[in-house]
Write a protein that binds this ligand. Structure first.
Ligand SMILES: Nc1ncnc2c1ncn2[C@@H]1O[C@H](COP(=O)(O)OP(=O)(O)O)[C@@H](O)[C@H]1O
Ligand SMILES: N[C@@H](CCC(=O)OP(=O)(O)O)C(=O)O
Length: 266
């Protein structure tokens, strides 16, 4: 019943996390990138408006420099993001071109939330890119985003950014791709008997308690940040599906209303 509304989605934001883009050995997950480009390009060609929110700048930066560990200093992380973002976009540009799809890049800061004028400009820019038939690829502008006492330009994480972009673009649906099939009733890293939750219609305090931290050495935020993003989705009357980035082609089943991943909606 709930998932019927998914069939009406015309403008879709897809958020892909670092854990779906970088293999555990630090190499780029080219299979996932290729599946992503194929699926999103073909949907775009069929008339859907598609926006991609991507993580991976720091992960790709580590790969470019041959490092295996995220540095702890902020400036070093920012430098890595700056290096990795170029390579990430270069890869996307090539892979999407294979499916005859043009892409563009938007690097956002929290200013689009803080300042109505920035919000309006980013929203109009997105609208113009979509009307040209292009898939905008969005990440946080990590090299300049900061989180200080009197100055906050950082979103926090890309799960939140995915929800913000869904509102900014007035999209119908956010599909969040992670390294897990959806939300489980317990942290599956700890409990073997954890069960997949099919539908969530409200983010309660009880539910927040079942969400744990990141599962891979590259991911950030874990399930907690995904549920925080889901709160924003509910606040703005949108819908979200959390599913596994290892089976990107199932996006088609999701928008056909089939039971895949965890559905957040009423
Ligand atoms: N209740 C839960 N249900 C599902 N995953 C959970 C839960 N609690 C913690 N997790 C962990 O959250 C991870 C996903 O978050 P994260 O590592 O940040 O990935 P991403 O890079 O996709 O954002 C999962 O791999 C899992 O280990
Ligand atoms: N903007 C950062 C990603 C931050 C982030 O939230 O990562 P993830 O938890 O993998 O979605 C980057 O591109 O490396």
């Amino acid at each position: 019943m709930n998932r019927e509304k998914l069939k009406t989605a015309k403008r879709i934001v897809v958020k892909i996390g670092t854990s779906s883009l970088i293999l555990s050995n630090g190499q780029i997950n080219l299979k996932n990138m290729d599946d992503l480009a194929f699926t999103l390009s073909s949907l775009r060609h069929e008339g859907y408006d598609i926006i991609l929110v991507t993580s991976g700048a720091i992960g790709v930066g580590l790969n470019v420099l041959g490092l295996d560990k995220r540095p702890s200093e902020i400036a070093q992380q920012q430098a890595l993001a700056s290096i990795g973002q170029v390579e990430l976009m270069s890869l996307y540009n090539h892979i999407f071109a294979r499916y005859q799809q043009k892409v563009s890049q938007l690097l956002l800061t929290n200013d689009v939330i803080e300042y109505p004028e920035s919000h309006q400009n980013a929203s109009m820019s997105l609208q113009a890119i979509l009307s040209l038939g292009i898939i905008p690829i969005i990440n946080e502008n990590d090299a300049v985003s900061v989180d200080e006492m009197d100055h906050k330009t950082k979103f926090g994480d890309n799960d939140r950014l995915g929800a913000i972009v869904t509102n900014l673009a007035d999209a119908d649906l956010l599909i969040m791709l992670s390294d897990i099939d959806g939300l489980y009733d317990k942290n599956p890293n700890i409990f073997d008997d954890a069960k997949l939750i099919d539908t969530v219609s409200e983010i309660t305090d009880e539910l927040m308690k079942v969400a744990g931290g990141a599962g891979s050495r590259f991911g950030t935020g874990g399930m907690t940040s995904k549920l925080e993003a889901a709160k924003l989705i509910f606040d703005n009357d949108k819908q979200m599906v959390l599913t596994n980035g290892a089976r990107i082609r199932e996006i088609r089943d999701i928008i056909a209303g089939k039971k895949k991943g965890t559905y957040f909606g009423q």
